[in-house]
Design a protein around this ligand. Structure first.
Ligand code: HOZ
Length: 425
């Protein structure tokens, strides 16, 4: 059966034809492709066409699709039982590997998704500080928990509905939303309400409304103000954890948060989330403390095994250096393709995360993104699909490079982008 016939069936039985909105191609031309199978940097759709994949399941697959070691580890775990609902050794092993890379944390709790991780971390921050207010930033996306669906990125930016329906006003009354890259606004807010703030939550490299690289001073201000006012700093590293560096944003920026939230890479393609902090903070979570959080599939052995195998491979010498080299190659190629074709575009990159925005400068805040560029992105997306290259189906989303992408994949992609740009003139 073809992509088109699956799509026809899907829209009848799944809302919008999908199980997660950004997949629906609502902001790019055409209908979604149906993935049949994938290996390394490529997937094959139900029409039998092969594509170089730069979306890579939105980030977990830093080793590429169907990595043999990850699959072997998952299969081994699977053969011993798919779920226990009881302690098992791989939870301890993954926790040890995780904390070894992130020594500023002392304990970690595994859950089943990034949304769950953030929701639980925020509850813990409130329980620990005894305060209610959470500060978030416009364009940052922290999953779909009610109290964080305010001025958010990802699908909410894609569909132009930054705050979700179905969320009672009272649920977001204690969420303060401030602009990114605006230290005076942050200082003014803390000057007035600092004693009520439980935490600032921020994506240290905001990657859900494009890629909004922050000035280090801004993140430093988040660190200093939270410390001064007795609030916590939470880095939401669901996307950037184990991607921008082995030690995540703390390693790259030299700024240490009080808590961190994770997902994606630590599950190696299986559903996992995690939140981590000092023992003092984590002691407030049940069963040691009064803040409740639980999950039937938390610490699932198959997901733990896939995460462990992934962390083991990312820990090999030169892993992140190689990603950086390939990232630079891709960035340079895309820049050149735009310049040669006279297309106004900026390529923003942090390691193996990249984003092409159709304006002449890299924005640092949601407000600085020109939404007009999203139509241009849609045209690029279509042009690349025709040439066997797959990008995330929304101009608000970033691209992901993996260890499985070869220099040849990069050259082929750059050539396809150049050809698409040239076809517009
Ligand atoms: N939240 C993801 C994008 N930042 C989308 C996940 C998906 O649709 O699979």
């Amino acid at each position: 059966m073809s992509n088109a016939s699956w799509w026809e069936r899907a829209v009848k039985v799944l809302p919008g034809g999908v199980n997660s909105p950004v997949r629906s191609f609502k902001s790019v031309p055409g209908d979604p492709l149906f993935f049949r199978s994938a290996k390394g940097s490529r997937f094959v759709d139900e029409d039998g066409r092969s594509y170089i994949d730069w979306c890579l399941s939105w980030g977990p697959l830093i080793l590429g699709h169907a990595d043999p070691d990850v699959h072997a580890a998952a299969a081994e775990a699977m053969a011993e039982g798919a779920s226990f609902g009881a302690p098992s050794r791989r939870e301890v092993l993954l926790a040890e590997a995780f904390l070894q890379r992130l020594p500023h944390f002392e304990q970690v709790r595994f859950v089943s998704s990034g949304t769950e991780a953030v929701m639980s971390a925020v509850r813990l921050a409130r329980g620990f500080t005894g305060r209610d207010v959470i500060v978030k930033f416009t364009g940052c996306y922290h999953g779909h928990a009610d109290h964080l669906l305010v001025d958010a990125g990802s699908g909410l930016a894609t569909f132009g509905t930054p705050s979700s329906g179905g969320v009672p006003a009272g649920f977001t009354a204690t969420t303060a939303v401030l602009p990114l890259d605006d230290i005076p606004a942050l200082e003014a807010f803390f000057g007035e309400h600092g004693d009520k703030v439980a935490a600032i939550i921020v994506e240290p490299f905001p990657a859900n409304a494009g890629l909004l690289i922050q000035r280090p001073e801004f993140l430093q201000a988040c660190r200093e103000l939270t410390r001064k006012h007795g609030a916590l700093l939470i880095f939401d590293e669901v996307i950037t954890g184990f991607r921008v560096a082995a030690g995540g944003a703390a390693e790259v920026l030299g700024i240490t948060p009080d808590m961190g939230t994770y997902g994606k890479i630590i599950g190696g393609g299986f559903p996992v989330g995690a939140y981590a902090a000092s023992r003092e903070i984590m002691d407030h979570i049940s069963p040691n403390g009064p803040v409740y959080q639980a999950g039937t599939l938390s610490g699932n052995p198959v997901a733990m095994a896939a995460g462990l195998a992934t962390l083991e491979k990312t820990g090999r010498p030169g892993f992140y250096e190689d990603l950086e080299r390939k990232g630079a190659l891709l960035e340079g190629g895309l820049r050149q393709a735009a310049a040669d074709a006279g297309v106004t575009a900026t390529v923003v990159r942090q390691g193996s995360l990249f984003w092409t925005v159709f304006q002449d400068h890299a924005p640092r805040s949601f407000e600085a993104i020109d939404p007009q560029g999203m139509d241009t992105y849609g045209r690029l997306h279509r042009g690349l699909i025709e040439r066997g290259v797959y990008l995330a189906p929304s101009g608000w989303e970033v691209g992901f490079l993996s260890a499985a992408h070869s220099d040849e994949d990069i050259e082929t992609t750059v050539a396809a982008v150049a050809e698409t740009f040239k076809s517009w003139s």
